[in-house]
Design a protein around this ligand. Structure first.
Ligand code: GAP
Length: 456
């Protein structure tokens, strides 16, 4: 069977990201730095929207999850307790001819993929980024950049339990940077050495873990789906016993169909009591929970949904990418879910005619108070629509000469290309409704009112 791949070409995504200011190679003026990427103005907005959507769904819309922002550099003992110093490694092989280093698990055959040379036996390569804390560079001052945000949560379990007055089951969520000295990186922002994670550690009573594990697998799968990822491009893959990490009692990967094939977006693991038990042992602190209902004391089990911000962003970009024909011209359009779109509305005066400018400027000033808004009066209106389509702006508000007479503007919908005419006074309310999911051709709320404060 042919290996499945997304029909979207990664080169097109990389080029669009550069051209429109989503993502640039890091330190480009110095020739770039391997696997590092910088998020430009639109990429920054998109990334914020993804993190906000996750935070809303996982923390703010629930009463059983609280947030944390722990430091990146933690006590080195934490990484000994977690097992990272000892065994957070990948098998590395080196070509004896060209000295290319590769992750053994990435190889298809058993010769060098570059020159066909003979490979060394695999040796374990630790992925922890090491540095020194303070002015002396010796063994006593070695610290690590965290390779996952999760451990910052486990070491704060007791602090949060004591201060938040939460009872089991409850979770602690965190978004932040992680660092791994990956042997091989690539596929744009898919695998890098510096990346961001969105992690939840959900603590439960042992015996209820299976039920909560299934609950979180469903919740997390639906999150991507509800933010517009096409169902055909998303699936769940259960880890087989040999693949399970030593601490895991079960694990599912949510996989996305990337241009290079199916690959992990997020992992959901049942980690049992491994982490709290390890930190209790190494710190000497009591990390048990007293269950008032049953009168028992136990180490909670933990269910961990762990997602990558950058990988999610790549998946949302690829999934949104489309090419179609609009007004007789081929257009590139990013069909982002409205919640994720970096720019929500663009204000476009029909031309640069100075008569249109005052109304257009009033409109943009009002919209900016409510939405991330762009103003564009350069080039033809067609070119400007194309520009907004290519960055995924759901709505354009166009001001024409008729607007000066009837005080109405035209809203154009990115996906259907449909247009509706709306009084300026109703523009914010109409856009709010559309951005909250109201169908584009639905009768606007203001038009259905027969009396009240709304003037037509
Ligand atoms: N705490 C569990 C944990 O870190 P993981 O499967 O190693 O689990 C979770 O990482 C997620 O973090 C992955 O599903 C992926 O989205 C993201 N991730 C991991 N390594 C990455 C890398 N080198 N570059 C970009 N994202 C990465």
């Amino acid at each position: 069977m042919a290996e499945e791949k997304s029909k979207v070409d990664m080169e097109k995504i990389v080029s669009l990201c550069k051209r429109r200011g989503f993502i640039f190679p890091s330190s480009e003026i110095y020739g770039g730095l391997g696997s590092s990427w910088d998020y430009g103005p639109l990429g920054t907005e998109l990334k914020r929207n993804i993190k906000d959507a996750w935070w809303r769904a996982v923390v703010q819309e629930r009463d059983d999850v609280v947030g944390l922002d722990a430091s990146i550099i933690m006590h080195p003992q934490a990484w000994i307790a977690s097992g990272h110093v000892e065994s957070f490694s990948d098998p590395l092989v080196e070509c004896k001819s060209c000295h290319l280093r590769q992750r053994a698990t990435d190889l298809v055959g058993n010769v060098c993929p570059e020159c066909g040379g003979v490979l060394t036996e695999p040796r374990q390569f630790n992925l922890m980024f090491k540095t020194f804390m303070g002015p002396v560079e010796d063994d006593a001052s070695v610290v690590y950049l965290r390779p996952e945000t999760a451990q910052g949560i486990f070491v704060n379990f007791d602090n949060i339990l004591a201060t938040s007055r939460k009872k089991l089951p409850f979770g602690i969520a965190q978004i932040g940077k992680s660092f791994r000295n990956e042997i091989t990186t690539g596929n744009f922002i898919f695998r890098t050495r510096e990346f961001e994670q969105m992690e939840l550690e959900f603590f439960v009573k042992p015996g209820t873990d299976e039920e909560w594990f299934n609950y979180w697998v469903k919740e997390r799968f639906n999150w991507y789906f509800n933010l517009g990822i096409k169902p055909d491009n998303l699936h769940l893959r259960q880890h087989c016993d040999e693949e399970l990490a030593h601490y895991a009692r079960g694990c599912y990967d949510i996989e996305y169909l990337f241009p290079m094939g199916w690959a992990e977006l997020e992992g959901i693991a049942n980690r049992g009591d491994f982490d709290l038990a390890q930190h209790a042992k190494h710190s000497g602190r009591n990390l048990t929970y007293f269950d008032e209902e049953s009168g028992e004391r136990y180490v909670p089990y933990v269910i961990e949904p762990s997602a990558g911000v950058d990988r999610s962003l790549l998946a949302f970009l690829i999934d949104a990418y489309d090419e179609d024909v609009a007004d007789g011209e081929t257009r590139v359009v990013l069909r982002f879910h409205r919640e994720l779109a970096p720019i929500k509305v663009a204000v476009l005066p029909l031309s640069r005619n100075e008569k249109l400018a005052p109304l257009a400027r009033d409109v943009v000033a009002e919209l900016r108070r409510h939405f991330v808004t762009q103003y564009d009066d350069a080039q033809s209106i067609g070119r400007r629509y194309r520009r907004q389509d290519e960055i995924g702006t759901p709505y354009c508000a166009t001001i024409d000469f008729k607007s000066l007479e009837d005080n109405q503007v035209t809203i154009r919908d990115r996906d259907s290309l449909g247009q509706i005419r709306v009084p300026v006074k109703e523009l914010v309310r109409t856009l709010q409704a559309k951005l909250s999911g109201e169908a584009f051709d639905a009768q606007p709320l203001w038009a259905t009112r027969t009396s009240g404060a709304v003037e037509q």
